[in-house]
Design a protein around this ligand. Structure first.
Ligand code: MN
Length: 477
């Protein structure tokens, strides 16, 4: 279980009693934060040696996903330099204060010395700025739910960072021939995001499939029957997907991988393109990318790690309805049932692409709600994460001859400008569709990882976007 360390800045200047109070207040603040991940009070830092030791411990503790600092009193920042220069974990500077208000009668110079984060946190902020540190600053009273929500959003980013830095992605087959946007510099991606992207032979997967037993398939079929509606007569086709899922997961577990990609152009030894298999693996938290799209597979896995109970899927922009101003998103098969509005149905239908037997797949409609479409692209020399605000709507047609999972959404700032912005930014046709991730979480994640973030929201225009992209080119060149 990930946790976060709370480190309070102070100094010896005010005497033992003040330091005791600082520690007691800090423990109360740390314990009083209601967040997705626990916060543990670590120490009240008074010396350079204490800070350096705590940072080194944070770096090497695999459960520590970041540090939260706060200066209850003044804490001279030169003693923080050596420690913070070594910090490899996410850092949030919580600019708060133990008391919400200024007490009229109680306030005297002792009180002022104890409750002076307005003063001490400015010194702390300076050193963060001076170090060009990738820190997140949150200001406000620590009991305020809005303040805690901002800390929670940073925690989600930090959890994504921790997951990303050890993510392994298994590629079954190469990228789809001639496609540009699914390519990328795997060495650069590993340097920046930590992803280890390697290939495994599809023939070895087919061999692993042959080793799956009927009893194992029976057990997974039972799981399917609990989660999905299931009146399909062709049970053999469904059982074949179960066989594929078990074999794929076996290789992922063996390799310690949490994401995978495959391609319909390389199904050597397989009778069906994995449909239900890929969908159910996504539902279990694995990242997936079709047509060899390992970047979208990785991003899907990272978003799922940030929100283990959330709604996120590999997605593809397919076709438009200009009159209703909606994008229809779907894929040949592989959309995650975590975004379904209702219980998905298992169906078996012919699939023209891939030249294999009719695959079993989950068919459903995506739920309505605010979401984000994300695309990670390689700009040559840097990675760009594009995030567009979208509003998903219940599909207004039942599309009886389209037996795949589908979603419909309208992008910000408006349908046409949203399309223009996405195309100008270079966003792919493959995305991660997430109903949970916030702009702050993505900003924090991109800042920590040192990648470019392009946000397209209600305030974006094609003109402002082009200016931002030009600035990005200046910064990264
Ligand atoms: Mn595709």
């Amino acid at each position: 279980m990930l946790k976060f360390w709370f480190i309070t800045g102070s100094q010896f200047l005010y005497g033992e009693e003040t330091l005791r109070q600082v520690e007691a207040d800090s423990k109360e603040i740390a314990a009083g934060l209601k967040l997705p991940f626990p916060v543990e009070y670590k120490l009240t830092a008074k010396t350079e040696a204490e800070i350096e030791k705590a940072v080194k411990e944070a770096n090497y503790d695999d459960e520590c996903a970041g540090i939260i600092t706060f200066c209850h009193t003044f804490s001279p920042s030169k003693m923080w330099i050596n420690g913070l220069a070594l910090l490899q974990k996410p850092w949030l500077h919580l600019h708060t204060q133990y008391n919400e208000t200024i007490p009229n009668e109680e306030i005297d110079m002792d009180y002022m010395n104890l409750h002076q984060s307005a003063h001490g946190d400015r010194e702390h902020g300076f050193i963060g700025a001076r170090l060009r540190a990738a820190r997140t600053v949150v200001a406000g009273y620590w009991k305020d739910p809005a303040v805690q929500e901002k800390i929670a959003r940073w925690q989600r980013a930090a959890a994504g960072v921790m997951f990303s830095r050890s993510l392994k992605i298994v590629r079954f087959g190469d990228n789809m021939r001639e496609v540009a946007v699914t390519e990328g510099d795997k060495v650069e991606v590993q340097l920046k995001l930590g992803w280890q992207v390697n290939t495994w032979a599809v023939g070895d997967l087919a061999e692993m499939m042959n080793a799956v037993t009927d009893a194992e398939i029976d057990a997974l079929m039972k799981e399917y029957a609990e989660l999905y509606t299931f009146d399909e007569k062709d049970t053999e086709a469904i059982r074949y997907q179960a066989r594929e899922e078990i074999a794929i997961e076996r290789i992922l577990v063996r390799e310690g991988a949490k994401a995978f990609s495959n391609t319909f152009q390389d199904l050597h030894g397989m009778k069906q393109l994995p449909g239900l298999a890929a969908q159910h693996l996504m539902y279990k938290g694995y990242g997936f990318g079709a047509e060899g799209d390992w970047k979208t597979a990785g991003m899907t896995a990272v978003i799922k790690a940030m929100y283990p109970d959330g709604s996120a899927s590999f997605m593809e922009d397919y076709t438009y309805d200009y009159k209703h101003e909606l994008i229809l998103g779907a894929h040949m098969l592989e959309v995650c049932p975590s975004i379904a509005a209702d219980k998905p149905r298992i169906e078996v239908h012919h699939l023209g692409i891939g030249d294999r037997e009719p695959p079993a797949r989950l068919v459903f409609e995506g739920k309505a709600g605010k979401a984000k479409a994300l695309s990670l692209i390689d700009m040559g020399g840097r990675l760009r994460l594009i995030a567009q605000d979208v509003t998903c709507e219940k599909p207004f047609q039942d599309m009886p001859n389209l037996p795949v999972a589908r979603a419909m959404w309208r992008p910000e700032p408006s349908f046409l400008e949203g399309l223009e912005c996405w195309i100008i930014a270079g966003g792919a046709h493959h995305t991660v569709l997430s109903y949970d991730v916030t702009a702050q979480t993505l900003r924090d994640f991109a800042r920590i990882m040192g990648i470019e973030l392009v946000v397209i929201d209600k305030d974006t225009t094609p003109v402002s976007l082009e200016r931002d992209l030009m600035l990005g080119d200046l910064i990264y060149n």
